[in-house]
Each structure stands twice: as C-alpha cells, then as structure tokens.
Design a protein around this ligand. Structure first.
Ligand SMILES: [Zn+2]
Length: 276
C-alpha cells in the first residue's frame, strides 16, 4: 500500500536540537549574567559533543536551529555540526521573539542570522524556527522573501503542510512542532525566569514520547522532536534519547531525516515549484 512518505515508510522522524546556548537566558535581548552564561557554555562544550557522538553512533542526521549570536560565539562548534552532515537552521539572532517586532526589525534580525550562519558554514539556512514558537503577521512573508523553504514553529497538524504567505509569494512547508515533544517543558529548571516544573523522571518522558511516536507511526505523521543541548545533554536524558532512538529504529519503516530533507520532499510532493 502506498504511503505518503518515500520508500513505503510509515512515518518520518526529525530530531531537532535548538542550540540556544546562553541566548536562552537573554531576557529581552539583555546579555545574561555569569551563571546562566555558564549554562550556555555547558551546552556548547559538553552537551553538543555528547549529542553529536550519539547521533554518529546511530548514523543519524538531524537539524540544529542556532541563533546568530550562538553561531558567532561558537563558530567552530557550528562548523563541526555542519561537517558531520547535520543541517543548521535559523533561530533568530538573540533568541528574540518576532511577535512584537515591526516589519523592519524582523527583517534585520533575519538578515543578521542568515549572515552569521553563512559566514560560519559557507551555506545559507533554508529552514527557520521561531525562538518563541510564534510568528508575527509578517514572518511567513519575510521567510518566503528570503528564500526559506520551511518554517517549524506552528502546530496545526502532525504531518507537514504547505502555507501560502501571500499572493505571488513562494509557498513554504510547515513542519509542525508540539510542546509535548519538546524537552524543555518536561525538564527545564530555573529560578529566574521561573521554570519550576523541570527535573521530570525520564521514564515518564520516555513513555510520553514513545506513545506519541507509536501514534505518529500508525498515522503517517512527522514526529518532530525538539531538544535543547543544555537540557537533553545530561547523562540520564541522553540515555533516554538513546533508548528512544533505539526503539524507533526497531520499526523498519521509519524515515529519519533532517527537516530540510522533509521540507524538500513535501514541496515536491505538493508541486509547489519550490525545493526541487
Ligand atoms: Zn530556542
């Protein structure tokens, strides 16, 4: 029976790492104080290498969404990610929300983020994830104008879908996210700003993610898992991810792919004229 995915696969899996580093703690664009900054350094120097090794062990490619500031602060690490075959996506510059920006401000942030990624890696990003998981009314038009092929910030479906930013503008593919499939709401802990629900039992999160994956597998979804190196990079959580990947790999018909590969496939499948 024909499926919606290539090679008779039943579902796709996109493992995504939002490599925010210290920008996660930039409150309204202000640079962070020393302790939150050190959490960013932990992400860059301990967590990212641990994640890259796990992905190598499983021979798996993924997508890292990286704010421009992080790219400029850790260019060698971003280059290393790219050299190992992973995709680098746009994730703002200071991890700022686009929602409250006017058109010009948002355009400038997009340009700065693109420039940072291009300078570090030699390639322009084709995918975008809003740091706020929310968009302004201009975001989709701007992304289309700048030649992005996809966004990954919205939640209307479990499969990718085509969005039309405006008349005469090239369409984008949306690769939807979901708060349940994000490590931060389960695990992130901090006093200011407050994230006090973190430190969940990894067995609980494994159960949630496994059962969600089962549903996506049955229903030909795109299981898009968002993780943050400073969150998932601790030993017991890396073990959870290792177990989850092993479980997903035990299913023969899963397409593990980078978001850009999924977006290009979806553009082609829907004859949008993009992504070929
Ligand atoms: Zn982020």
């Amino acid at each position: 029976m024909q499926t919606i995915w290539p090679d008779q696969k039943k579902c796709s899996v996109a493992l995504c790492f939002d490599f925010d580093a210290e920008t996660l703690w930039f409150n309204g664009g202000k640079e962070a104080t020393p302790t939150p900054t050190s959490r960013g350094e932990y992400a860059a120097f301990l967590a990212v290498p641990r994640i890259l090794d796990l992905l190598d062990q499983h021979e798996m490619l993924s997508t890292f969404f990286v704010p421009g500031y992080t790219v400029e602060k850790y260019p060698e690490i971003v280059r290393e990610i790219k050299q190992r075959g992973h995709e680098i996506g746009h994730h703002g510059f200071y991890h700022e929300t686009p929602v409250t920006m006017d058109y010009e401000e948002e355009k400038e942030i997009l340009e700065k983020g693109i420039r940072a990624i291009e300078e570090a890696t030699g390639s322009r990003p084709l995918g975008y994830r809003s740091p706020a998981w929310d968009l302004s009314h201009n975001s989709l038009s701007l992304l289309s104008e700048f030649g992005f092929l996809y966004d990954s910030s919205m939640m209307a479906d479990e499969k990718p879908y085509v969005v039309n930013p405006g008349i005469g503008q090239p369409p984008l593919v949306e690769i939807p996210v979901e708060w349940l499939l994000d490590d931060a709401p389960h695990f992130l802990f901090n006093f200011n700003p407050k994230y006090r629900i973190g430190m969940a039992d990894p067995d609980k999160v494994y159960r949630i993610w496994k059962e969600e994956f089962d549903g996506y597998y049955q229903n030909e979804g795109c299981f898009n898992l968002t993780m943050h190196p400073q969150v998932i990079g601790r030993y017991h959580r890396i073990n959870l991810l290792d177990d989850l990947i092993t479980y997903m790999k035990s299913h023969s018909r899963v397409w593990f792919a980078r978001c850009i590969d999924i977006a290009k496939y979806w553009h082609e499948k829907n004859n949008t004229g993009q992504g070929g």
